[in-house]
Design a protein around this ligand. Sequence first.
Ligand SMILES: Cc1ncc(COP(=O)(O)O)c(C=O)c1O
Length: 512
Amino acid sequence: MHISLFLTSLQLTRNSDTPLFRQLYAAIKQAILNGALPVGMQLPPSREFCQHLAISRQTVLNAYELLLAEGYLSGTVGKGTYVNVDLPQPPAKRTLVHTKSTKSTMPTTTTTPIAPALSKRGRQFLEFASPAPVHHDKSRAFRVSMPGLDVFPFDVWSRLEARRWRHHENKLGYSDPAGDARLRELLAVYLKTSRGVDCLPEQIIITSGSQQALYLLASTLLDPGERAWVESPGYRGAISALYAAQAEVCHIPVDQEGFDVDFAARHYLHAKVVCVTPSRHLPLGMTMSLQRRLDLLAWAKAHSAWIIEDDYDSEYRYKGAPIASLQSLDNNGNVVYVGTMSKVLFPGLRLGYMVVPTDLVAHVIQAKSMLDRHTAIVPQMVLADFISEGHFGRHIKRTRKLYAQRQATLLDAIQFYLADELDCGHADGGLDLAVHFRTRRSEAAVVQAGAAAGLELRPLSFFLSPRAEYVSPAYSPGLLLGFSSLNEDEIMSSSLLLREVLSSTKRSRSTT
Ligand SMILES: Cc1ncc(COP(=O)(O)O)c(C=O)c1O
């Protein structure tokens, strides 16, 4: 509270039995105790104080003297009087509560401080959430899902960006919540040719990373308590968005064909939303079979359910024919397609997008507009230039080749140095490789020993929800190793380090 406000709020009763200096003393003490006069605050000189309250200066001096003696104030005459900085913090305020047991409708005071309550939805934000990774340092082995910034054409990007700042075409005011029109047109063409996604540019909504798309979809499509099926193990970003929407989240095991539709329908009967990574399951890497895709689409059509297809790194496929998206097989408008620039370009750019069925477009755009009006416009315009001038296509082609080599190097390194320790999971594409321990050992001990050796290791159990009732037959303890941001020397030397880490943790008994 500002001191002048405090002075104005002071009410002294002149014809009271309590002397004025006592009343003043009590009022200042109370204000200090409840934090209205914070520690360190300077009080007005006694001369000013008495003029303001139209009382004698001696009254103020007597009150100050008492407060100085009791330690509430500090200072010396002529140098100012302060609320004592050595005072303990004021105790928490008491809160008025209604107790059910009392017949009176009057509020009663409790002595236990009660923090203001969060909404149920607010509490749900922490469900299955983990601190988002913050990368302040150069990517280390084996950071997951990190593109190789050593080959990103920063010179091109900065030239395009500088040009946009010079010629921003009056686009720096508020923009379309759905995103830059040119970028949406270019993405519609790109998605059609590369992923078979059939859509109009109007169905594309640009988001701040795919995380925002997942959050918007979870809150737009689900009422509290409605069911959502997710992959188990699965992507925490999607699962925590569903928990935040207060969905009843059902964790469905994946097998070698991906999401087990039949298992889900047998054990959990129905769902309003299904969230899947059909192109490459995170973290185990399998591709959802065509039969499972058709089964899921047929099920969604029959049950009027939404499927969220998270197609996060499908650009990187190193073996076999490229697989068309689930959306391209959908003839009923059940699939919402979600994509990101975090893998093909870099995560700090925070650009993602979704392709929504026509009926949903207006609702999702409105939700997006409420969240942040729109995603930052300059990066969108630069990305549109990057795509239209051919840099995007070239960068994907180049990195696809490079990451395939990096993955091959990692597979070789595992074969040379770690064959006794690790089994490799699916290696058809992506930026990371799941590896499983061949002998019983503790993931936590390996991660800890890895950190001491300078490695950044992500245990596979990170992707398992403690709430999951079923564990996938395809899951066993191990690690998700990112390789795309590491050059071949780094992959080799870090694999040797990992061998040391694994042998130093060999005798561990637990497998958690
Ligand atoms: C399955 C999956 N989806 C999406 C993303 C990308 O999220 P964002 O676009 O918010 O960076 C990731 C990143 O690791 C991911 O693993």
